[in-house]
Design a protein around this ligand. Structure first.
Ligand SMILES: *Cc1c(COP(=O)(O)O)cnc(C)c1O
Ligand SMILES: [Zn+2]
Length: 441
């Protein structure tokens, strides 16, 4: 009993929680918790946060890893780089449902298809997980202003979390961002800067302004903490399945930060002994924005063995992105190495689908499950259809499709898939005859 209390106090007292530092995903160089940069000082690669795995394993074994007073993503705060919950947003982030989708599965010849519906987060996308954690960490570190470049969702999420805490947020978006996402940004009171250029231009501009002003930069694929929030999705998924991971997780992928966060979550649980195997991860991309898929296909064709030598020299060729799926429209994936690593290390795959299949998947998903997804989110379902048809996924395999954003985020795209309503005069006879034509008599 005395022991217990000591451990409990340790959990609360540690300045950085159970975080022990950073490791570079490219060259393996390590940094301590006092490091305040974003990228590896040795090679410029992306950093991954490290933890005291032995201590966390002990907490798990003692049944005290989870913060059972929380139902949202901060239930798993001891696996996150924060001291306590003082600076966590006052919104419910995460704890999204894992929905069985039997009618969708049946149409594809699969018996165990599930949806993790992250469109139900406060700002309507998966990005809330990253922004909630980043803002908590930023405030612990004493930052006054947070900034981010975004195709829309990361910015909405940051603005939403910042609003809940009364912190200023500056968001750089490409001029082409969908209207609903821009509206959210403005409603949450962020300073919105529409950059006359694409997402990559907005990203570089944001990073330069943050450096000039000393603001905390949330940019995806640069800030090492976004992954630490995103991994909470895997924790939830495993807990929702009684700590039995699925066989496959299909993750819509642009920069590659979500998929690498999902992988990190499974890896964390595996390392501390909460689960005893790892799922295969599939990166779902749009054909018009498929830099990661191309890199994976090239490495597979070259038979390159995964490992440190491959990661150190890996180059991912940028593309000129063009797709209806704006959230995964990326020229130069900012977390491409991490994404390629998790696809290869998990024995998964990367698949790109054309826009028509993405739009069709929005409709199929809506009709067969009642879940309304934005185009990028529906890409996971389009890829599921491909893999099922190719026989890559077995009929009894357990598959989870991540639904990363709500369909209300981009109603214009949905209308392109949805068709038009039936028109009728406000007259009973006219309506009855229309119903007859529709076979509804
Ligand atoms: C950001 C986003 C993605 C892609 O995440 P990456 O980390 O860029 O790979 C997918 N879907 C939605 C809805 C998003 O907002
Ligand atoms: Zn490095």
């Amino acid at each position: 009993m005395a022991n217990r209390t000591t451990t409990e106090q340790d959990v609360e007292a540690k300045e950085n929680g159970w975080m022990t530092g950073f490791v570079c995903l490219r060259c393996g160089a390590e940094e301590g918790t006092s490091f305040r940069g974003y990228l590896c000082p040795a090679c410029g690669g992306n950093l991954d946060v490290t933890y005291d795995v032995a201590a966390l394993r002990r907490l798990w074994e003692e049944g005290r890893l989870l913060d059972t007073e929380r139902a949202d993503m901060f239930r798993y705060r001891r696996l996150m780089p924060i001291r306590d919950l003082t600076h966590a947003p006052r919104l419910r982030v995460g704890n999204t449902p894992l929905l069985p989708a039997p009618r969708l599965g049946e149409a594809l010849g699969l018996r165990n298809v599930f949806l993790k519906d992250d469109g139900l987060n406060p700002s309507g996308s998966f990005k809330d997980r990253a922004s909630a954690l980043v803002i908590a960490r930023a405030r612990e570190l004493g930052a006054d202003v947070v900034a981010a470049a975004s195709t829309g969702n990361a910015g909405s999420a940051m603005a939403c979390m910042a609003a809940s805490l009364g912190m200023p947020a500056v968001i750089f978006v490409p001029e082409s961002a969908p209207r609903a996402k821009l509206a959210q940004l403005l409603i949450f009171g962020a300073h919105v800067i529409a950059v006359q250029g694409n997402y990559d231009d907005a990203f570089d501009l944001c990073s330069r302004v943050c450096e000039a002003r000393g603001w905390f930069n949330r940019n995806t694929g640069l800030n090492p903490y976004t992954r630490e929030g995103k991994k909470s999705c895997s924790f939830e998924l495993c807990e929702q399945r009684n700590w039995v991971p699925p066989d496959w997780v299909i993750v819509c992928t642009g920069d590659g930060n979500i998929i690498s966060g999902i992988w990190k979550g499974f890896r964390d649980l595996y390392d501390i002994g909460s689960i005893d195997r790892l799922p295969r991860l599939v990166a779902a991309q749009a054909e018009g924005s498929a830099a990661i898929t191309r890199a994976v296909q090239r490495l597979r064709a070259e038979n390159a063995p995964p490992g440190p030598a491959l990661w150190r020299d890996l180059k991912i060729e940028p593309v000129e992105a063009k797709t209806v799926a704006d959230s995964i429209s990326v020229d130069d994936p900012r977390d491409g190495l991490a994404a390629v690593r998790c696809v290869l290390e998990s024995g998964g795959d990367a698949v790109a689908v054309p826009d028509e299949e993405i739009l069709a998947a929005i409709q199929e998903l809506g009709r067969r499950t009642g879940v309304f997804a934005e185009p990028s989110a529906a890409a996971s379902v389009a890829v599921l259809r491909r893999l099922a048809a190719a026989g890559s996924i077995g009929a009894d395999d357990h598959v989870v499709c991540l639904i990363s954003g709500s369909g209300l985020k981009d109603v214009d795209a949905a209308r392109r898939a949805a068709g038009e309503p039936h028109r009728v005069a406000p007259d009973l006879d006219a309506t009855l005859s229309l119903l007859e034509q529709l076979g509804l008599s």
